[in-house]
Design a protein around this ligand. Structure first.
Ligand SMILES: NC(=O)c1ccc[n+]([C@@H]2O[C@H](COP(=O)([O-])OP(=O)(O)OC[C@H]3O[C@@H](n4cnc5c(N)ncnc54)[C@H](O)[C@@H]3O)[C@@H](O)[C@H]2O)c1
Ligand SMILES: N[C@H](C(=O)O)[C@H](O)COP(=O)(O)O
Length: 326
């Protein structure tokens, strides 16, 4: 019996550093077969540009999974319609980017792949071509018919989950309702138990407003929504602390107890995590029917093809993915 597994990887925006990162991954042998869902011509061209070794094998779904030695990768070929120049965004390739995500997602749903790792996409250029796309997280939730999923970023010593993701700041408050907050916490607890093996996860929850509302003088969301929801969950034996002021929650005495911090919005939690993670942070989507991880940075268009893209985040993401599927 062949017990090897396959992880499907989408490089993301072809003009960005995603392809460079895939070439960097290929310089090492990995204990699973990496299936890159991309245009093979693009991969080969970027490897040449970077002066790195790359031998490509066509993906054969009916063959047993085969981990490749250093310098080799498996490719599930999808053709990019327009020429790709590193560093030059082209909206004519946006449908190609989405096609790679769709194929990889469907392959995970169908059991063909054990997990999905995504490189960075450029949200602006996808929208410029007329597609409505806010991020991978929302895209995969919709494709998997999940009403709600949760974005969590992790380093070796910190996890930060987000109550809301890619929303204008003005829309954040109204997105925090008792039912949405309870649903997010239940997804986090379930996935920390199922995927991370934490029996009774402890969640430290940030307030929304400065000083967690200062007793109602700086906002009422804590009094009207957040605290009553957390209290109700505590009666159901959820292990939750908060809401605590976001400016002081990230200190060792709390973090030693917390299995994750739940931030109310994107830029409340992620700057701390990304500063602490120094480029090694990993993004994971909780609540999907499969494991999906990602780099915790963007397309860094200006670095594509230069040899200066740091591959630490994608390597951390791959290592975490392998750990989670094993
Ligand atoms: N996982 C994803 O798909 C993802 C994540 C974040 C941002 N994005 C998208 O990326 C695009 C560009 O976003 P941005 O400019 O805000 O962020 P960015 O992460 O692309 O760049 C921010 C800064 O970090 C540097 N940087 C980023 N990754 C690096 C790496 N691996 N090695 C060395 N330096 C690196 C860049 O050079 C730049 O100075 C946007 O469209 C954004 O939505 C995608
Ligand atoms: N907020 C994410 C980050 O900063 O890494 C990022 O925008 C990516 O989100 P998706 O994985 O949903 O595209």
């Amino acid at each position: 019996m062949n017990d090897q597994q396959r992880i499907v990887i989408t490089p993301g925006e072809p003009a960005g550093i995603g392809t460079d990162l895939i070439v960097a991954l290929a310089q090492h042998a990995w204990p699973v077969e990496l299936v890159i869902c991309a245009d093979p011509t693009l991969l080969a061209a970027r490897a040449r540009q970077l002066n790195m070794l790359l031998r490509l094998h066509q993906y054969l779904p009916d063959e047993p999974a085969t981990p490749r030695p250093a310098g080799e990768l498996t490719v599930l070929a999808i053709k990019a319609p327009a020429p790709v120049i590193a560093g030059e965004l082209n909206a004519d390739n946006s449908n190609y980017v989405i096609a790679t995500l769709a194929r990889a997602c469907d392959g995970c749903l169908g059991g063909e792949f054990a997990a999905l790792l995504t490189g960075p996409v450029h949200k602006g250029i996808i929208n410029d071509c007329g597609l409505s796309f806010s991020s991978h997280t929302e895209y995969f939730a919709e494709r998997c018919s999940r009403e709600r999923v949760v974005m969590m970023l992790v380093t070796e010593s910190l996890r930060v989950a987000l109550m809301t993701t890619h929303l204008p700041l003005l829309a954040v408050s109204s997105a925090i309702t008792s039912s949405s907050l309870a649903a997010v916490i239940k997804i986090i607890v379930n996935d920390l138990q199922q995927k991370f093996g934490i029996a009774q996860p402890c969640i430290y929850v940030c307030g929304l407003n400065p000083h967690a509302g200062e007793g109602g003088h700086l906002g009422r969301e804590e009094i009207e929504v957040i605290t009553p929801t957390l209290d109700a969950l505590r009666t159901q034996h959820y292990n939750i602390v908060g809401p605590l002021p976001a400016d002081t929650i990230f200190q060792p005495k709390y973090l030693q107890q917390a299995d994750t911090v739940l931030a109310m919005y994107h830029d409340q939690g992620l700057p701390v995590l990304k500063y602490q993670g120094c480029g090694r942070a990993v993004n994971i989507t909780l609540g999907l029917p499969f494991i999906r991880t990602s780099v915790a940075h963007g397309t860094a268009i200006e670095l594509a093809g230069s040899g200066h893209a740091d591959a630490s985040s994608i390597k951390s993401a791959l290592n975490l993915t392998i750990k989670l599927i094993k």
